[in-house]
Write a protein that binds this ligand. Sequence first.
Ligand SMILES: *[C@@H]1O[C@H](CO)[C@@H](O)[C@H](O)[C@H]1NC(C)=O
Ligand SMILES: *[C@@H]1O[C@H](CO)[C@@H](O)[C@H](O)[C@H]1NC(C)=O
Length: 741
Amino acid sequence: MAFSFLAILALWIHISFVFVPFGTNMSSDDFYIVFLKDHPTNEESAFQRHISVLSSLNGRDATESHVYSYTKIFNAFAAKLSQNEAQKLSSMDEVVSVIPNRYRKLHTTRSWEFIGLPATAKRRLKVESNIIVGVFDTGITPQSKSFKDDGLGPPPAKWKGSCHHFANFSGCNNKLIGARYFKVDKVRDPNDIMSPIDVHGHGTHTSSTLAGSLVPDASLFGLARGTARGAVPSARVAMYKVCWATSGCADMDILAAFEAAISDGVDIISISIGGLTGGYTTDVISVGAFHAMRKGILTVASAGNDGPNLNSVANHAPWVLTVAASGIDREFRSKVLLGNGRTVSGIGVNAFDPKQKLYPLATGADTAKSADTRESSRYCTEGSMDPRKVKGKLVYCQLGTWGADSVVKELGGIGTIIESDQFLDSAPVFMAPATIVNSSIGKNINKYMHSERLPSAVIYKSQEVKIKAPFIASFSSRGPNPGTKRLLKPDIAAPGIDILASYTPLKSLTGLKGDTQYSEFTLMSGTSMSCPHAGGAAAYVKSFRPDWTPSAIKSAIMTTARPMSSKVDREAEFAYGAGQVNPKRARSPGLVYDMDDMSYIQFLCHEGYNSSSVSSLLGQQVNCSTLIPANGEDAINYPTMQLGIKSDQEPTTGVFRRTVTNVGQAISAYNATIRTPKGVDITVKPMTLSFTRAMQKRSFKVVVKAKPMSNAIILSGSLIWKSPRHVVRSPIVVYDPQVFD
Ligand SMILES: *[C@@H]1O[C@H](CO)[C@@H](O)[C@H](O)[C@H]1NC(C)=O
Ligand SMILES: *[C@@H]1O[C@H](CO)[C@@H](O)[C@H](O)[C@H]1NC(C)=O
């Protein structure tokens, strides 16, 4: 138990960079976001109303507790309040909701070729250079080669954004056209810079993955060598810095960034931030993305790094493209030679060539400072080991907190062999010789160490090896969707393991004590890295279809995805959604499942959201009772179908009404192919859809009948509409929600 917790903690530090929220030991007042009825008509009067609402709290200096007003897209304000005051406000007539401000955490070369978008792929450079991608992250590195603006003209005319002052740099150019930071509490972060500068590396990495210019001969220590680039190298980048080194990513800053990005005129928003999720009408990423969608902007977000646990997917609002992380066909491994001549293999990026043939090898416990630290020394934690016993040796540790390589090095050790049974599919970068082995190899190493009086070993420099792919990363969050049993999430999978992209010069590669490695490029893993791959695919589709709605772009990406296999990933669609993103095919899907904002509203009503919370999201009065469709239907024109069965009913029937829009050849016909899992019956009416013109719509009905299921967590079927030119595939999944209650 303790072990797996520590291991998970370690992974988070590596992959999602846990931020410790501060403020828990400050005054009892906390930040809240207060949403008011109606949407703003003019900024000045909205602000006045915020102050007057705050003033109605007895004994409060409104201007002192007021932190920020959202007046462009939302009618809301952030304020510092006591719990009592927050409660009082929420009962006021003109207030629709009061939500506590929470702090969230952040969740290449080969990867684009791997998913079939090589540098030679057809592109529409002129339209592409009119695409603006907005990235919400830790900031950006403006001097990075990925953001050089060679050959790009001035920003598109629609652009209304701006650049905040950059500490030492000239600021924006024709590639990086926007860069702003959001810290509405104005409290300085001691480990960060009040500018859009990225001191962390995460934001530089994600935005260069999405839209970085071509940089030939990029690598990390010669590994993953190739031309680094984004999906849409001619698109423009706008960075909205909402994540800070110490405090993490505050809801009130994220909401402010949404308001800015929507008003500025971005085309796609990419958010590699996760953590907490509330309801679809109160979670700020969900609320922000809804308003972005209404303005024609698709929000692409990471599914989270809480896998392989089921029911862990985040950012699962129906209007968001939710992205899981997959592996590509390479990995970075180090050989370890033991003194007995045997060689074993570990994972990780280790840039160091050994200077000796062999080094003495000790376990962490062998080096314990005292009997009291013997247990923690097994994990090589700081302060647990005796430097005299570590000096000059390789130390064998269990994976505990991240950074055993740094601890061992600081004590004069040579390197670290770390044992772990989790998350062996991504390669962390080490600051000293180190590698990670699984427990079966660990057992062999231990056996060897006990069989020899003076055990020894050596870790060699890492090499790239080919592996089978794709597969879903162990850390990638899984469904089923905790927000609603009627919607399959994640939507799509994209590469998120060992991705090479630009990095900040302001931080060493690991950020660990004693690390002197710096690099323009580095490898990172996480759904944080898969999100900009899918965001890039969305921008690529948009460059061919600039007039498509966010839902149409999303549908195109999902129905053209490359199917993945439940033989590789047992959790099937709960792991990969519709499958691996396939940008080239997504630009010509044949048919799309399109939707407008009222369709989503209808879905929310059907889900049991009440009229007032749905009205608050939409900013206008909605009467849910007039919108709810017949029972048993999912009430959403989604490109995938999910049926939650009732275990006490035999069988459960689900009806899915769908409408597709012809975006392919004017005159065309599609035939239905159904793949049915055992114990499930699927029918489609009609089985043929004929079109005589572009943008013509056709409706059909899918009926799914499923018996109570035994053992399996998910049953996978699909509906495929096929024409001679197109394959439009929708996964149909069946599961038992009671298993997850
Ligand atoms: C800005 O320049 C000063 C002086 O050259 C330097 O000390 C500081 O580290 C620089 N800051 C950044 C963000 O590069
Ligand atoms: C441990 O790692 C080795 C080398 O990568 C591999 O061959 C073996 O299957 C792994 N064992 C387990 C139980 O995962």
